[in-house]
Design a protein around this ligand. Structure first.
Ligand code: C2E
Ligand code: CA
Ligand code: CA
Ligand code: CA
Length: 273
């Protein structure tokens, strides 16, 4: 039994080493990926009820010659544990702005991790980049999750207020999955609520999900916010959301994320219909 115990400990230690080594490798690879041009942005249309394209969400991709396509869910948390998230985030902002400049009227919606949001002088930093690109802040949407707000609501309120004053759009991402959702809505000036795709997914199966989706749509409407249903994968979901009065939709059924070239064509066309 003793030996078995030791074996377990050793196994555990080795797998810890393994995962730490793996994280280091990803970290090193990622820090070089920007310079090597291995990162790119793809853009997923966000459409209104008549399928006109209101904006695009920018989503990062890492095409590593060593690891292949690394999904953001794998490397963003690692970047977030180091200072890399700032460099990465700045690259995303600049790249999103570059794409936006050729679109006729759509907005770009950029994901910000909690750590970026808490950065010293976050507002000044974003304002400067958007201004130097000559872009109207009203076409730049900042997507944050409730986690970004959670541990310092006082400061978050101040930052969001300033950003709104400068004309930026603010969206609350993955809405419904965080803590104290309704409290956040009351307290913070927001332009857009993004209903998490787990609710959209559950709509056709569970009364609970359908009821939540309906309530969020009504709440958003009553407060003059844009409500985006995320993860629309079927025609039936699209129809149900339309019937429920949802103003905006996003998901594979409408369009997968596309590269910058294709996004430009879609933007110029103006509609997915
Ligand atoms: P998110 O912000 O919730 O982004 C939506 C994710 O859902 C994207 O995954 C998108 O490709 C995927 N998606 C869109 N429509 C559908 C659908 O109909 N069905 C399903 N099953 N999925 C759909 P992706 O691109 O893998 O991104 C995953 C997460 O990584 C994002 O979740 C976001 O949290 C993070 N992320 C992506 N790009 C960035 C970035 O530039 N900066 C930061 N900080 N985070 C990013
Ligand atoms: Ca998002
Ligand atoms: Ca989301
Ligand atoms: Ca998410």
């Amino acid at each position: 039994a003793k030996r078995q115990g030791r074996g377990c400990v050793r196994l555990f230690d080795e797998s810890m080493d393994e995962s730490i080594r793996f994280r280091r490798q990803i970290e090193t690879g990622l820090s070089e990926a920007i310079a090597k041009g291995e990162l790119k942005l793809v853009f997923q249309p966000i459409v209104g009820r008549d399928l006109n394209i209101a904006g695009f969400e920018a989503l990062i991709r890492w095409c590593s010659p060593e690891y292949g396509m690394v999904p953001p869910a794998m490397f963003i948390p690692i970047a977030e544990d180091s200072n890399l998230i700032h460099e990465l985030g700045d690259w995303v902002i600049d790249e999103a702005l570059a794409a936006l400049k050729s679109w006729p009227r759509q907005y770009v919606s950029v994901n910000f991790s909690p750590r970026q949001f808490r950065r010293h002088n976050f507002v000044g930093h974003v304002v400067e980049r958007v201004a130097s690109a000559g872009v109207d802040p009203g076409r730049f949407q900042i997507e944050i999750t409730e986690t970004a707000i959670f541990d310092n609501a006082e400061r978050a309120a101040e930052i969001l207020f300033k950003l709104r004053q400068m004309g930026f759009r603010i969206a609350l991402d993955d809405f419904g999955t965080g803590y104290s959702s309704l409290y956040n809505i009351r307290r913070f000036a927001l332009d857009c609520l993004k209903i998490d795709r787990s609710f959209v997914d559950g709509m056709g199966r569970e009364r609970e999900s359908a009821a939540i989706v309906h309530s969020v749509i009504h709440l958003g409407r009553a407060l003059g916010m844009e409500v985006v249903a995320e993860g629309v994968e079927t025609a039936a979901q699209l129809e149900a959301l339309r019937v429920a009065g949802c103003s905006h939709m996003q998901g594979f059924h409408l369009s997968r994320p596309v590269d910058a070239e294709e996004a430009l064509l879609l933007a110029e066309n103006g509609s997915l219909a």
